[in-house]
Design a protein. Structure first.
Length: 103
């Protein structure tokens, strides 16, 4: 009976040590989960701020003002518009040679 008591006490001590270690592992994982949740919330806030900044910077009136200030663009007048018929034709021999050339 004495050996069974010693074995029971040893099993109880091992179970207590296992529960002790498990408790602290769970606590560490819970802390890691909370830190990850905080980091995720921060990243979502950053994404929200960046989306708002992007919308602000891409306002059409702001872009039009920047284009007017920094680009030398002028409206296209009718004299500059042409049709395909007015474009110069490619040389037919040059086109045939290009088609026959290996790729």
């Amino acid at each position: 009976m004495r050996a069974s008591t010693v074995l029971a006490a040893l099993a109880l001590a091992l179970a207590a040590a296992g529960m002790y270690q498990l408790k602290y592992e769970v606590a560490a994982l819970e802390a890691e989960k909370q830190a990850t949740a905080r980091a995720l919330a921060g990243e979502r806030e950053t994404i929200h701020v960046l989306a708002a900044e992007w919308a602000y910077l891409n306002r059409p009136e702001r872009l039009a003002e920047l284009a007017q200030r920094h680009l030398d663009l002028v409206p296209l007048d009718g004299a500059r518009v042409t049709s395909f018929a007015d474009l110069p034709r490619r040389d037919t021999e040059l086109a045939a040679a290009a088609e026959e050339a290996p790729r």
